[in-house]
Write a protein that binds this ligand. Structure first.
Ligand SMILES: *Cc1c(COP(=O)(O)O)cnc(C)c1O
Length: 392
């Protein structure tokens, strides 16, 4: 695991001016000395020095060979799928990010790329599901919003034996906690919108490959399809990465304390947090990651949308919004927000109950966050009591 000193000093000082901050090269093109004779840059879609710096930093951070920066997490995922061709099949984690599901199903199926979903928390399910057409295994660990954990090293061994590429969406853990490439994955993708950016102020995506060969292919796709990250946004991600270790350590410490508080709360039914010993995948989470991140989900004993909505509209510090990984705490109600497009029975079967609430625990003082949740629990009781009285 790269440490904070290594990370901070992997961000170069500008050799030309000594600028300690990475310069933003806000340009579209680069003047050439003669046709094809240039300083390593010709056109800013193909390459830009600010973006290239981010790409080098993130490759080091994930301990891979090549980093490639895109305009969003989904653009990064899209670039990986473009490695495939008609007739190929993807085997994906069943609790997949909704945007990836939409991309696979509504864009790529019509180009002849099929997807099957399996419960990857049991590596043998992956082994059993592989066919000669399977070319890509797609994991997210932890998943969203039920925080399921898959064994990256075990699935990497299966992928290797069957000649499949293993790609891990490492958005929820971040490279401060988990390094899939060191466990045998071939590709890591990120929504850098989340922990890498870290300040809820940009949309960005990253791909990192373990080997040069796949890296060259992704770079070719980046240039050919054009979904690059802009220089200013590249700079913002670099700035976010400078404090990644510090932030993720505190997000994780706050979240563990809040998960323990929720677990003993009389109004809470289930808590989903891989750092709790009660989590079904706690052992593998402990083995493959340094800590457990800042996302927690929980359900209410009063398992109704009404109770969840009363809760999410009564917090002061936890702001009601989609997304995660920023300094400010957020919360959302997946049944009505991120997972609204999934039919209710399918959503419930996937573990997303009507009352499920997802927290992105920020960097505020832990006690303030717990007090905030406490008063939201009180407000559900009051609100539902008033309603019961009115209904009676
Ligand atoms: C947000 C997210 C994405 C998509 O990233 P964007 O930057 O919003 O395009 C992909 N995977 C996971 C796990 C995410 O949380």
């Amino acid at each position: 695991m790269s440490n904070a000193t290594q990370l901070i000093h992997s961000i170069p000082v500008d050799p030309q001016t000594g600028s300690i901050a990475v310069p933003i090269y806000q340009t579209s093109t680069f003047v050439q000395d003669a046709p094809g004779v240039n300083k390593g840059y010709d056109y800013a879609r193909s390459n830009n020095p600010t973006r290239a710096t981010l790409e080098q930093i993130v490759a080091q951070l994930e301990q891979g060979h090549t980093g490639v920066a895109f305009g969003s997490g989904l653009a990064a995922i899209d670039a990986v799928i473009k490695l495939l061709k008609a007739g190929d099949e993807i085997l994906a984690v069943d609790d997949i990010y909704g945007g990836a599901f939409r991309l696979f199903t509504h864009i790529y199926e019509k180009f002849g790329i099929s997807v099957r979903y399996v419960d990857t928390t049991k590596a043998e399910n992956v082994f059993d599901a592989i066919t000669p057409q399977t070319k890509l295994i797609w994991l997210e660990t932890p998943t969203n919003p039920t925080l399921k954990i898959s064994d990256i090293a075990a699935i990497a061994a299966i992928a290797k034996a069957s000649g499949c590429i293993l790609c891990v969406d490492n958005t929820f853990a971040s490279p401060a906690l988990q390094l899939p490439l060191t466990l045998g994955a071939d590709i890591v993708v990120h929504s850098a919108t989340k922990y890498l950016g870290g300040h809820s102020d940009l949309i960005a995506g990253l791909v990192v490959t373990r080997e040069k060969e796949l890296g060259d292919k992704i770079k070719f796709i980046q240039n050919a399809s054009g979904a690059i990250l802009a220089p200013f946004d590249s700079w913002l991600v670099i700035r976010g990465i400078e404090t990644l270790h510090l932030r993720v350590r505190q997000h994780s410490a706050n979240a563990l304390e809040i998960a323990r508080y929720l677990e003993q709360h009389p109004q809470v039914d289930k808590v989903f947090y891989p750092g709790l010993a009660s989590h079904p995948n706690h052992d593998i989470a402990k083995k493959q990651s340094k800590a457990f991140g800042g996302v927690i989900s929980f359900t209410l004993k009063n398992n109704t949308e009404e109770a969840a909505i009363a809760f999410v509209t009564h917090t002061k510090f936890f702001k009601l919004a989609e997304s995660l990984g920023g300094v400010k705490s957020l919360l959302c109600h997946p049944a009505n927000m991120t997972h609204k497009s999934i039919p209710a029975d399918k959503r419930r079967a996937a573990g997303v109950a009507d009352s499920l609430i997802r927290l992105s625990v920020g960097l505020e003082e832990t006690d303030d966050l717990i007090n905030d949740l406490d008063q939201a629990f009180t407000s559900i009781t009051q609100k539902l009591a008033v309603k019961e009285y009115a209904d009676s």
